[in-house]
Design a binder for this molecule. Structure first.
Ligand code: TLP
Length: 346
């Protein structure tokens, strides 16, 4: 039985072209700056994001941490949405390893932060206060249903931040999904942020890796932060080679994942006992709820498992399904059939 694994786009496996490129990769010692494949990937990433330079790191979590450590010093504050991945799911690394103070403001359902909330969270000059150094955005917004933040919104947040001499970091783990959903060049979404991190190991299907992009000066400092957290890699071209293939071949196909997510959401919405906010499904992430009084969570998940479908439980009666490379339209129909059967108690 084929397992239809919709827990995350992180479960994607490398493509045959990636395996071939990894096998053949030219490598060197990247801590000496001598890995030609890493250098090539970093140049490509910087170019794609419209920034001067880029840095290859092992994960999205490390990418965000390295950026926070580079923008802020101990005791500094960063403003971040209360549903941001950086705030919720990165083990409190900014506080534990950087001595940074997160100041949360509410995320609206579309993933944005109200500019008025942000402005009132910015600290004045007072001996009692930490200094506000940074504002973090997330695009697409994972916990807000994969919402894509628009160019206009991003620009207005950056204008506000910069008018207070505060930097903006964008957790763009799935920034290409946002660009495709909005029909814009990714550079438009990154043009005013001071740093952007994006992942290769999610929808782009690489086995490992993320990139941090910013000014040459920022990246030179970020390289030191990466070394400090033990992220200096040696013949990393072996994994960077997959990233080169991803940027060349795997970006445009994300539109298929979006179409599959939409079909999945529409199908789920038709099943009695489930509730889906269809308007919120813009990219490859679908959240849905088991209506109170229908099946219990454990029985629902067990039923899915028996039918060969995996989804993530993200709250007492809430679930997440993510579409990705390796999941075809037929798999979505199959998954819907399994869910329908489970909900009918079959
Ligand atoms: N997200 C993972 C889990 O950690 C929840 C997932 O399955 O979605 N930023 C965003 C917006 C993310 O969604 C993630 C991973 C990260 C950063 C961290 O990336 P990794 O897992 O590479 O450290």
């Amino acid at each position: 039985m084929k397992i239809i694994d919709l827990r995350s786009d992180t479960v994607t496996l490398p493509t045959p072209a990636m395996r071939e490129a990894m096998y053949r990769a030219e490598v060197g010692d990247d801590v000496f700056g001598e890995d030609p494949t890493v250098n090539r990937l970093e140049e490509m990433a910087a170019e794609r994001m419209g920034k001067e330079a880029a840095l290859f790191v092992v994960s999205g979590t490390m990418a965000n941490l390295v950026c926070l450590l580079t923008h802020c010093g101990r005791g500094d504050e960063f403003i971040v949405g209360h549903l941001a991945h950086t705030f919720l799911y990165e083990v409190g690394g900014s506080a534990a390893l950087g001595g940074l103070h997160p100041h949360t403001v509410p995320n609206r359902p579309d993933g944005t932060l109200d500019l008025k909330d942000v402005e009132s969270a910015i600290r004045g000059d007072n001996i009692h206060f930490p200094r506000t150094r940074l504002i973090c955005l997330e695009n697409t917004h994972n916990r807000c249903g994969g919402a894509a933040l628009t160019v206009e919104y991003t620009d207005s947040l950056c204008r506000l931040a910069h008018s207070h001499r505060i930097a903006v970091h964008l957790d763009g783990a799935r920034i290409f999904n946002a660009a495709i959903a909005l029909g814009v060049d990714v550079k438009e979404l990154t043009r005013n942020v001071d740093s952007v991190a994006f992942c290769l190991s999610k929808g782009l299907s690489c086995p490992v890796g993320s990139l941090v992009c910013g000014s040459a000066e920022f990246i030179a400092e970020a390289r030191r932060s990466r070394k400090m957290v033990g992220g200096g890699m040696r013949q990393a071209g072996i994994i960077a080679a997959a990233g080169v293939v991803a940027l060349e071949e795997m970006v445009d196909r994300l539109a298929e994942d979006h179409a599959n997510a939409r079909r999945l959401a529409e199908g789920l919405a038709e099943i009695p006992g489930l509730s889906v906010d269809l308007e919120r499904v813009q990219t490859n992430i679908v959240y849905f709820d088991l209506i109170e009084g229908s099946l219990e969570t454990d029985r629902f998940l067990a039923g899915l498992r028996e039918g060969g479908v995996k989804m993530l439980s993200t709250g007492p009666r809430r679930f997440r399904a993510v579409t990705h490379y390796g999941i075809e339209a037929a798999d979505i129909e199959e998954a819907l059939m399994v869910v329908r059967r489970v909900m009918e108690g079959g």
